[in-house]
Design a protein around this ligand. Structure first.
Ligand code: SDX
Length: 393
């Protein structure tokens, strides 16, 4: 009647895809990267090993990890002119908007990284963006703080050099790394590394399917992740907890607001499209929050508010009926805050963690020579009608 069509079940790229990278079981709260459980990887591996695993499908041996690390370090210098692009932004620019723009600008300085059809050329583009993305991420913070932009210290590990580029006060003074912060950030990046076909990953795959190149695809993924319903939730959670604290710490008002259909407010960090039981990452991060704040000697009242809010929501019938549990974003911001990372940078940290997953999914799609993404629709608009001249409208 309305011109609706039935989709040919065999129609390619109707929005779902086959992938061998990450397995999720939303009912059982299971998350595995290439078959390895997230709990084991978060405990026993480091971020670069997990990046290699996601992208190439196997945990690297010593030689493979060494070469991967060296190839990345060899690409870690970012073109000086990128600083000119960066300086053009107002200081009020959100770091995620700056990061997305800088990532896309990488294409201009690395044109050979666009039309990559061979595995070898893909690998070159992959190590380039793994090397330069954390530098750009750190520069978004330096830009906000009106500080100098440093390149990577190639004597440090992946996470250590990121922290140094973010927080080093003076090029001539040694930067003292805090092992607790390094280990906690490494674990958080692992927990964020991939999550099958979420909003930003689907964006990377569909932009990549037009052969726009890896950097443009990642830039699009950064923009998708920015939204408060997606990666931007980690910033929104802290803003919500701060509001509860400023309001005297009474969580019941916010629970009531979240349940009110006439109020657009949602409990940030709660609910998930796939997990209809607990988010395994949230469990690990909640435990890590206690440990990290204890080790850093940080007594942050919003951790107790978060725990109180979680308890109240999990006992509330509205949340129980809708199977709404804390997700990866609910506790992560509390750890970032304890590390001294500003709230506006939380989603940038999510992007740094998600980068290997985006790369892995882009590579899988390109190696499988998947056709251009072209989801269809069910048309629900007007049926055919004749044109009406202006005087008759
Ligand atoms: C991430 O997909 C991924 O894998 C994402 C991610 C990843 O690693 O890539 O896990 C990362 O994005 C985690 C999610 C971060 N976002 C938030 O925390 C924002 C708050 N959460 C919600 O906006 C929501 O839960 C979503 C967006 C996460 C999921 O939305 P859905 O699956 O579309 O849920 P829905 O809108 O269909 O909600 C079902 C019901 C609705 O009520 P009814 O209309 O049935 O009465 O649950 C309600 C919703 O109103 N609901 C909430 C709620 N989330 C859902 N009510 C209050 N607070 C919430 N947080």
């Amino acid at each position: 009647q309305s011109g609706a069509i039935t989709l040919d079940p065999g129609y390619k790229n109707t929005g779902s895809c086959e992938s061998a990278i990450t397995f999720l079981d939303g009912e059982e709260g299971i998350l595995r990267y290439r078959g390895y459980s997230i709990e084991e990887l978060a405990e026993k591996a480091d971020f670069l090993e997990v990046a290699y695993l996601l992208i190439f499908g196997e945990l690297p041996n010593e030689a493979q990890l060494q070469k991967f690390n060296t190839d990345i370090l060899d690409q870690s210098i970012v073109n000086e002119d990128m600083k000119t692009v960066l300086k053009g932004f107002p200081e009020t620019a959100h770091p995620m908007g700056v990061l997305s723009s800088l990532t896309s600008a990488l294409t201009a300085f690395n044109p050979k990284s666009v039309n990559v059809d061979s595995e070898e050329d893909m690998y070159k583009a992959i190590v380039k963006i793994l090397a330069k993305f954390p530098v750009l991420a750190a520069w978004t913070l330096r830009k906000k703080n009106n500080q100098a932009f440093y390149n990577k210290d190639t004597n440090l590990g992946y996470v250590e050099s990121l922290l140094k580029m973010m927080f080093q006060q003076d090029a001539n003074k040694t930067y003292k790394l805090n092992k607790t912060v390094v280990n906690a950030l490494d674990k958080l990046l692992i927990l964020h590394a991939d999550h099958e076909q979420n909003c930003s990953t689907s964006t990377v795959r569909i932009v990549g399917s037009s052969h726009a190149g890896l950097f443009a695809s990642i830039s699009a993924g950064v923009s998708a992740l920015w939204g408060p319903l997606h990666g931007g939730a980690n910033q929104a959670v802290i803003e919500m907890l701060e509001e509860i604290k400023a309001d005297g710490g009474d969580t019941s008002k916010f629970i009531a607001k979240a349940k009110d259909k006439d109020d657009p407010f949602r409990l940030m960090g709660f609910g998930h499209r796939v997990y209809k039981n607990f988010d395994p990452r949230a469990k690990i991060i909640k435990k890590a929050a206690d440990e990290v704040l204890g080790q850093l000697g940080v007594d942050d009242p919003i951790l107790e508010i978060a725990k109180g809010l979680e308890k109240a929501a999990l006992e509330d019938q509205y949340f129980i009926d809708r199977k709404l549990y804390p997700n990866v974003d609910f506790y992560s911001g509390i750890i970032y805050r304890a590390m001294g990372i500003p709230t506006e940078m939380f989603t940038v940290m999510f992007a740094v963690g998600r980068l290997p997953g985006w790369i892995a999914q882009w590579r899988e799609m390109r190696l499988r020579k998947e056709p251009i993404g072209r989801p269809r629709q069910v048309y629900i608009g007007e049926t055919h009608r004749k044109f009406k001249s202006l005087e008759n409208r």
